[in-house]
Design a protein around this ligand. Structure first.
Ligand SMILES: N[C@@H](CCC[C@H](N)C(=O)O)C(=O)O
Length: 296
């Protein structure tokens, strides 16, 4: 019997499968079936919750977040998923985590520390880089991104644990009208595909001067448009910070269709040792899987 929970982080939703001892054969077909919003449970991604020792992963972290996109492809990392993963481990009693202490989790993108303060979880995503460096920042980007019915726009590639390209638009009306039903075309095509974040800087007076503010939509590699992408908000803040130059803030609020996330960045405009993502994690339901052959 396989138990699961359904959860989300700012409405980026996941099915988490309990597999502490590494017994589940998680095929792309099973992932697509579970993620299907009509024939399955429905999710942007599927996370297998497995001990690192049972999955051949880094022993510094007891637990491995085995993350899969809804199309059945594997991803290195999921920022929103990492918070839901830790909330689930806590709820199961598989870890203990007091306020302001940290737990290490293993991901394909490396071992990362997660902290909790009340209902807010923060993860340190480690090193990052603006691909193309200062020249790409100065020219607006290193790639061209085309959305249906629009001329190509510059995009800035950000190497985090997973790949991102960030595009800036002038206003919220243009952002809301954007067609994300098909993948944006990125040229030259990144070798492993990419997540694409589209942002509008908000210059509202109500926000602190040391806190940047962005509105964002995202088209995720392997999942299509989602209501939030945690690593995507970090990439968006890093790109906006790079474009903003010396006076740009290190702290950012990013509003996505599913809620609000916060990003803290360290390092130069084009490279840094770490960036932190903070936001909520919600567990909505739990249950037992029925084997596909027994369904119907
Ligand atoms: N939604 C996630 C990112 C999930 C993986 C992504 N689609 C990829 O393929 O890199 C997040 O919150 O970071």
């Amino acid at each position: 019997m396989t138990t699961f929970v359904k959860g989300h982080g700012t409405e980026n939703d996941f099915v988490l499968l309990d597999d502490p001892d590494g017994r589940i054969d998680l095929t792309p077909e099973l992932i697509r079936h579970l993620a299907d919003r009509r024939a399955g449970l429905g999710a942007d991604g599927v996370i297998r919750v497995v001990r690192s020792a049972a999955a051949g992963q880094d022993a510094r972290a007891e637990w491995f977040m085995d993350y899969w996109n809804s199309d059945g492809s594997a991803a290195e990392m999921c920022g929103n998923g990492s918070r839901v993963f830790v909330a689930h481990l806590l709820r199961r009693g598989w870890i203990e985590l007091d306020d302001d202490t940290e737990v290490l989790i293993a991901t394909r993108g490396g071992v990362m520390p997660v902290r909790r303060r009340g209902d807010l979880y923060s993860i340190d995503l480690g090193g990052w880089q603006v691909e193309g460096g200062p020249a790409a920042i100065a020219s607006g980007g290193d790639v061209k991104v085309t959305f249906p019915g629009m001329p190509p726009l510059p995009g800035l590639s950000i190497a985090l644990s997973n790949p991102h390209v960030v595009v800036v638009l002038p206003d919220v009306a243009t952002l809301e009208a954007l067609d994300l039903t098909t993948p944006p075309v990125v040229e030259p095509a990144p070798p492993n595909g990419t997540n694409v974040e589209i942002v509008v800087p908000l210059h509202d007076q109500s926000i602190r001067a040391d806190l940047g503010h962005l509105r964002m939509r995202v088209h995720e590699r392997g999942s299509g448009e989602t209501r939030s992408c945690g690593t995507g908000t970090v990439a968006a803040a890093l790109a906006a910070r790079a474009w903003g130059g010396n006076l740009a803030p290190d702290h950012w609020r990013v509003d996505v269709p599913g809620g609000t996330l916060y990003v803290d960045a360290q390092g130069t405009a084009s490279e840094g040792d770490s960036a932190q993502l903070s936001g909520p994690a919600v567990i909505v339901a739990e249950g037992e899987l029925i084997e596909p052959a027994q369904q119907g």
